[in-house]
Design a protein. Structure first.
Length: 289
């Protein structure tokens, strides 16, 4: 009994140390980027790297905030994230609720089709042709509509909606409620953990998405933030290979890190507000499903 008791005490301690180390390793690159963004460009070029900013300077942030391209990209990404989350969540939630009803005709076939799209992706070229022929190229909808339905999110919502007792829906129907009222006033409030979790998934996807911005957007004023950051990094690498240097120092490493940090910060600030729903939604959807 003594050996077993000691083992139970040692395991949480070791587990905590491992998790703390993993968290530190995940946090370190982000902190490193933040430190470089606050350092003077000359110190960074000389290879002076420390846990604290070298020659504290806000010049990098002042530079990117003066750039119209950064604000255009930031605005596009914010609009895309807000609008895309609303549209995608509405479609996925209603679709998931419909598939969770056992009395829906053709339910099994539709579930098979949803799973099929997870296993077999149509590919880049068919997606591009559809977006092009529907006239969505160089519009904000090209970044939203092609990703309107995510099969994984739909299956999570199906599992969660199915875990809600049928007696609640039956009681509401006896009181004269139709499907829209049941979904909006009963299912949505009861499914807030799952809704918050899926909302976070969708928001992070839209904020970090890169490929669709490269494929579907040609106008410089509509390019999303991730494309702007990629162009910034590629510009620096190209100048490094050719031996060139920007007169305005727009493409120095400090400008890169400042833009990356400024582009990452908003999504990090949102996460704490939905964190309590996040784990609860994942666990309930997995266990009850």
């Amino acid at each position: 009994m003594v050996i077993k008791h000691r083992g139970l005490e040692v395991f949480p301690a070791i587990n905590g140390i491992i998790l703390a180390l993993a968290a530190f390793l995940c946090f370190l690159p982000f902190y490193y980027v933040f430190t470089i963004s606050l350092s003077e460009a000359t110190q960074v070029r000389e290879g002076v790297i420390s846990l604290l900013p070298q020659g504290f300077s806000l010049e990098a942030y002042q530079t990117i905030f003066r750039q119209a391209a950064f604000f255009n990209a930031f605005r596009t990404t914010v609009i895309r994230t807000v609008l895309g989350t609303a549209v995608n969540l509405a479609l996925q939630a209603t679709f998931g609720y419909a598939l969770s009803r056992s009395y829906l005709k053709g339910r099994k076939i539709m579930l098979i089709m949803v799973v099929f799209t997870i296993l077999f992706n149509p590919g880049i070229i068919p997606n591009y042709l559809i977006v092009r022929y529907t006239g969505l190229i160089d519009t904000i909808w090209a970044l939203i509509i092609p990703n309107a339905i995510n099969s994984f999110n739909v299956l999570v919502l199906v599992s969660f909606f199915a875990s809600i007792p049928d007696s609640i829906e039956e009681s509401a129907k006896m009181d004269g409620a139709n499907d829209i009222i049941i979904f909006w006033k009963l299912m949505i409030p009861l499914s807030l953990p799952a809704i918050a979790t899926i909302s976070l998934f969708i928001s992070v996807f839209h904020w970090n998405s890169l490929m669709d911005g490269i494929m579907y957007i040609n106008k410089s004023t509509l390019k999303p933030l991730q494309v702007y950051l990629m162009d910034l990094v590629m510009r620096t690498q190209t100048e490094g290979l050719t031996g060139g240097e920007s007169d305005t120092e727009l493409t120095t490493i400090t400008i890169q890190t400042a833009a990356i940090f400024a582009g990452t910060l908003p999504i990090l600030l949102i996460y704490p507000f939905v964190q309590r729903y996040f784990m609860k939604g994942i666990m309930l959807g997995a266990i009850k499903g």
